[in-house]
Design a protein around this ligand. Structure first.
Ligand code: PLP
Ligand code: ZN
Length: 388
């Protein structure tokens, strides 16, 4: 097997190119997110997508298009290769034949945050980094602390002081030092920036570190593989910081460049948010190209309680380029969908995952989604983490 085809990092706004052989954070020119670049021409020639399907190693089956150069540096707990479930009973109730759920609840630490943190911590390990810090709405903190423990790094986790006790206890169980911050994830984010500067922690905040998004993009590869490289028409994603949405949108373009897709048409990307915190929906509907801070953010879907994303421009351009849409659902619609998913399919979803079903029902009612289309919902975590 070849090594990774990673060649550089590129600014997502001003196109400035950076070396991927050194530790990087954000663009030094315009302070925007850096994205990993691979030699996709070579990758397309060398990698046989069907051979990858015969491999073991879950998310790391795709390691030539992940950022770790020396595979000995990979830190894994068995993330990825989650089930893609066809929902026949729910589909019958909703009179919709091709509804699928990518069920991320079986990942280590119970959410898909494991994918991004496995990638970021593996790359940090490659750079011999020993101290990592993260601002989190809850789930990313546990995931980072787990992978830090697995690789012998020191972990500091900054989360809102009203975070669920499951999130606090989990991060502490892995030996993470948890600091409860007055305010929301963006307040924790400012503190992480300060502590990274004053105490030398490496900050793995969403989109301020280039490689979390790479782990999450692999969801798109697994789904493309499951559909025999004929991508479904609609992806419905519960959007907080937007890592998975942006990662998958980039992944589709990688697949196109490598010549892996059977049809050129890409899925319409849908961002679902909660009515109590819907900055993406607001920006999308107003035609803005960046997000505004959402004051007083509040929702039971803690992963969606992100009042501002550092990479709002990337979320909005993915939605628009894909002919997608952004839609808000209420907490009571989320709870109703959560119950429906559990009783009809045996999936006890995180509220964020249930939100995608609530959003789907609205888009089906409004005929934005047609009955003959194939739709993938993302259940991003297990409901067990939300029990009070
Ligand atoms: C973080 C999180 C989200 C949002 O993910 P982003 O990629 O940051 O938008 C959704 N669901 C759950 C369970 C999460 O923990
Ligand atoms: Zn830049």
């Amino acid at each position: 097997m070849t090594s990774s085809f990673l060649i550089s990092l590129k600014c997502s706004k001003c196109d400035e190119v950076y070396s991927s052989d050194e530790v990087q954070t954000i663009c030094q020119v315009c302070r925007s997110t850096l994205l990993a670049q691979y030699d996709l021409e070579a990758a397309g020639r060398v990698i046989d997508r069907d051979e990858i399907s015969t491999l073991k190693g879950r998310m790391w089956r795709w390691k030539p298009i992940l950022p770790v150069l020396d595979y000995d540096n990979i830190v894994t707990l068995g993330e990825g290769d989650t089930p893609l479930l066809k929902t026949d009973r729910l589909g019958q109730i909703l009179d919709f034949p091709n509804l699928f759920i990518k069920d991320e609840s079986s990942n280590p630490t119970g959410t898909f945050k494991a994918r991004g943190l496995a990638s970021a911590i593996s790359k940090a390990n490659e750079f011999d980094i020993h101290k990592v810090i993260i601002p989190t709405a809850g789930n990313a903190g546990g995931a980072m602390a787990a992978y830090a423990a697995r690789s012998g790094m020191q972990a500091q986790v900054l989360m809102p002081d009203d975070s669920a006790s499951a999130n606090i206890q989990e991060a502490e169980a892995y030996g993470g030092e948890v600091k409860l911050v007055k305010g929301l994830i963006n307040d924790a984010g400012q503190l992480a920036i300060n502590l990274a500067f004053t105490e030398g922690w490496f900050n793995v905040a969403t989109f301020r570190e280039p490689y979390r998004v790479e782990g999450k993009k692999i969801m798109a590869y697994e789904i493309a593989e499951a559909f025999n490289w004929e991508l479904p028409e609609v992806f419905i994603y519960p959007t907080g910081g937007g890592t998975g949405l942006v990662g998958m949108w980039n992944a589709f373009h990688e697949m196109l460049t490598m010549g892996w897709l059977e049809k050129e048409e890409l899925p319409r990307m849908v961002a679902v948010q909660s009515e109590g915190c819907a900055p993406v929906v607001k920006a999308f509907e107003s035609g803005a190209d960046k997000m505004e801070y959402w004051p007083g953010a509040s929702t039971i879907a803690s992963g969606l309680r992100v009042p501002d994303s550092f990479a709002g421009h990337l979320i909005l351009s993915a939605l628009r380029e894909s002919q997608g849409i952004a839609i808000a659902v209420s907490d009571s619609e989320i709870l109703e969908a959560l119950k429906q998913l559990a009783t009809s399919e045996g999936i006890f979803a995180a509220p964020e995952g249930a939100a995608t079903l609530a959003g789907f029902k609205k888009l089906l009612d409004s005929k934005w989604i047609k009955t003959d289309e194939r739709v993938v919902l993302f259940n991003t975590g297990t409901g067990l983490k939300y029990i009070k």
